[in-house]
Design a protein around this ligand. Structure first.
Ligand code: DCP
Ligand code: MG
Length: 356
């Protein structure tokens, strides 16, 4: 058992521009931009890879784009079309898992640790998704594969366009060590400025600082920085209908490696969660177990069930199966929690029929 999650981040290449190039062969191989008119002070939504060679980028003003590349072809966006294509892309992902967190029309995270295809290699799954997107939609995507969201997203940027990049557990240390801190999720302009003033350029530089020091400097984001600088990230992949989740967790007075104690605690936490689920009149389809090991590294394991449920006994069984996928009891833990998400949506209001 590897104990690692399998996370994919997948992102379409120059999405709006690629769609327009696909649908109008005359645009293929040419610098194309999608955006507002220069005379309306418009900006670019995106630029084809041919246009990027001239330095054209999203959010750049259209006026500047024409200065850098006078022959560029400007098209207005057709959002309805992109939305429809996006839905087709997500249909492909749904053949693999329901644990999908969309970031935009063209970009999402997938947790394929457990998946509908019964496949074990996340890399093979990502390759297959890319093939299906090409076959069904004649578009290309780039994918990143790793053990968490932070690394999967960083990976997907490495081989754009039409690429795939994998960061295996044993490669995390060397990958992250040289990574510029500005690439870390959440490091905005102001944090970057402070890091630069401290002489911190890479995650390796950042690793020199203790968690306490980073919290002093950056508040609660300091803790996140401490973990991210080491390639740790326990954020679960939260699917669209999971925006709301019900969870409960318990910090042990002393770290424990006793399976009996841990299972009892999990039982108690799930009892609280299911009671809240029932009192909210909801049923859930995704179960997540979270543990934090004695070394403060957290780990989550999720499973999506075939049906919505609020049955305690069944849910506890799933929790135990998920617990078995963690490094408990080989590693002691300091915290255990359970959460339920992916709720059944409220039943639709019956439509009023005035002719009844
Ligand atoms: N988009 C936008 N305004 C931005 C950024 C993006 O309207 N500032 C739109 C246009 C893009 C789509 O969202 O086609 C996806 O955004 P990405 O950041 O993924 O960019 P692309 O898919 O265009 O290019 P890449 O190949 O770098 O992913
Ligand atoms: Mg994209």
């Amino acid at each position: 058992m590897s104990g690692y999650r399998k996370i994919i981040h997948i992102d379409m290449d120059a999405f709006y521009a690629s769609v327009e190039q696909r649908d109008n062969p005359e645009l293929k191989g040419k610098p194309v931009i999608i955006g507002g008119r220069a005379e309306d002070r418009g900006v670019l939504a995106t630029a084809s890879y041919e246009a990027r060679k001239f330095g054209l980028r999203s959010a750049m003003s259209t006026a500047r784009a024409f200065k850098l590349c006078p022959e560029v072809i400007l098209l207005r966006p057709d959002f309805a079309k992109y939305k429809a294509i996006s839905a087709q892309i997500y249909e492909i992902y749904k053949e693999f898992t329901d644990i999908i967190e969309p970031l935009s029309l063209d970009e999402c995270y997938l947790d394929v640790t457990e998946n509908k295809k019964g496949m074990t290699s996340a890399t093979e799954m990502a390759v297959r998704m890319k093939e299906m997107i090409k076959e069904r939609l004649d578009l290309t995507a780039s994918a990143g594969v790793s053990v968490n969201k932070l690394l999967a997203k960083l990976a997907s940027e490495q081989r754009k366009p039409d690429g795939i990049f994998v960061i295996k557990p044993e490669q995390i240390k060397s990958f992250i060590f040289t990574l510029p801190v500005k690439e870390l999720y959440g490091v905005g302009r102001s944090a970057l400025k402070r890091l630069e003033l401290m002489g911190i350029k890479t995650c390796g530089d950042l690793q020199q600082y203790s968690m306490v020091e980073l919290i002093k400097l950056f508040g609660s984001f300091g803790e996140t920085l401490y973990y991210f600088a080491r390639g740790y990230d326990d954020r679960p992949v939260v699917s669209e209908h999971e925006v709301k989740s019900i969870g409960s967790e318990h910090t042990l007075p002393i770290d424990s490696g006793s399976l009996k104690i841990i299972k009892d605690l999990l039982y108690e936490e799930l009892k609280i969660v299911v009671a809240r689920l029932k009192s909210a009149g909801l049923k859930a389809r995704t179960v997540t177990v979270k543990v934090k090991y004695a070394d403060f590294v957290s780990s989550t394991r999720s499973k999506s069930l075939p049906e919505y449920t609020d049955e305690f006994v069944y849910l506890f069984e799933i929790c135990l199966a998920l617990l078995a996928k963690t490094e408990v009891p080989q590693k002691k833990i300091r915290l255990i929690g359970a959460s339920l998400s992916n709720f059944e949506r409220e039943p639709q209001q019956p439509e009023l029929n005035f002719f009844d």
